[in-house]
Write a protein that binds this ligand. Structure first.
Ligand code: SF4
Length: 355
């Protein structure tokens, strides 16, 4: 069986798509040498497919008002312990001036699902960011209407992140009251149709989640030909129904990052803040088994504490300069360099999947 897994990893490195059953076995194995082989193969594929550069995305978390009640989320509507904030559109655009000065090519506007930011406000911000800084604009603002997605695209938005969180529709429904996986996937399909570089991703370590469902998460990203995928461990948040549940593990997060890289070689994969919250070396490890993106936080410090999706989130008291220094330290420790330019997924350039 273990030799069988090594062969599967070798074949995947050569470009054969893994089956869900094979991926499930790789999640389940307790053979250290198989896991090491997986990480090394994913690192080689990453180097060949997307290169040594690590692209930076300047993140601004601009509102923690949410209309939803996701059971794991620290800023869910029902959490009365949260101090709520909303940044004004001008303040959001201004927060990106430093990122532009630092030559970071991409802005990520992220917020809870907050209808206060109507179509006009979002369109205004996209146009201003393009006009003032010429940056690539990524939106991460949840489920919106087709008309909104279209208006944002026409205003110049380039990318959209919308994590599906779990490919298990029953688990999805339990964790997201009033929401469905079907609707989430419809949004992802619409975003792709409209021409966005589209990203999704999932959580690892949710109660009731199986290795089979994690394998299906990898399959979903591959089959939908998504261009980005962010994987984070579940970390319990205070004031939520899951506050006492156990965290996901770094090991399984890294296995999924590696499986994503092997199954979707051209994917842009961030080493997430949640991984670093779980383990101070987490981002380095993720970058060495498939990841190629980091997302420094440019949210003004006074708001950071309030955008606490889970307990112990790092970077809350870290100034922008400190954050950039930390990133430089991470990259020099693993001999990687910062990518120049927009850092688009090579899928956009018509590069073939089998690379
Ligand atoms: S996960 Fe997102 S949509 Fe769900 S409650 Fe939190 S901020 Fe809102």
């Amino acid at each position: 069986m273990q030799n069988g897994l090594l062969k599967i990893i070798e074949e995947a490195e050569q470009g054969r798509a893994m089956t869900v059953e094979e991926m499930t076995d790789i999640f389940a194995t307790d053979e250290g040498h198989v896991v090491r082989a997986l990480f090394q193969a994913a690192d080689r594929v990453r180097r060949k497919a997307v290169g040594e550069e690590v692209y930076l995305r300047a993140l601004v978390e601009f509102s923690n008002h949410c209309r939803n009640n996701c059971c794991y989320c620290g800023i869910r509507l029902g959490n009365r312990q949260v101090e709520r904030y909303r940044m004004e559109p001008e303040e959001i655009v201004e927060a990106l001036a430093v990122a532009h000065r630092l030559n970071i090519g991409t802005a990520v506007l992220q917020a809870a699902e907050d209808p206060w930011y109507d179509t006009g406000k979002i369109v205004w911000m996209i146009e201003e960011i393009k006009k003032r800084y010429g940056m690539i604009v990524t939106l991460s603002i949840g489920e919106r209407s087709y008309e909104d997605y279209k208006a944002f695209k026409e205003a110049g938005a380039d990318r959209y992140l919308l994590r599906h969180e779990t490919s298990d529709s029953e688990l999805y429904a339990r964790l997201h009251p009033g929401m469905t996986l079907e609707r989430r996937l419809l949004c992802l399909r619409r975003l792709k149709e409209l021409g966005y570089q589209t990203g999704s991703g999932n959580m690892v370590g949710l109660q009731g989640q199986t290795y089979l469902s994690l394998a299906r998460d990898v399959e979903l990203v591959r089959d939908m030909r998504l261009e980005m995928a962010g994987i984070g461990p579940f970390i319990p948040a205070e004031g939520t129904p899951l506050s006492d549940a156990e965290c996901g593990t770094l090991d399984i997060v890294l296995r999924e990052v590696a499986l994503l890289r092997l199954n979707s070689p051209l994917l842009m994969i961030p080493a997430t803040t949640a991984v670093a919250t779980l383990d101070s070396e987490g981002r380095q490890q993720a970058l060495q088994c498939g990841a190629n993106i980091l997302m420094p936080n440019f949210t003004p410090l006074r708001y950071r504490e309030s955008y606490r999706l889970y307990a112990g989130k790092i970077c809350i008291n870290e100034g922008t300069e400190q954050g950039i220094e930390a990133i430089s330290g991470i990259l020099s420790s693993i001999n990687r360099s910062v990518g120049k330019g927009p850092g688009h997924s090579p899928m956009r350039n018509g590069k073939s999947i089998a690379c």
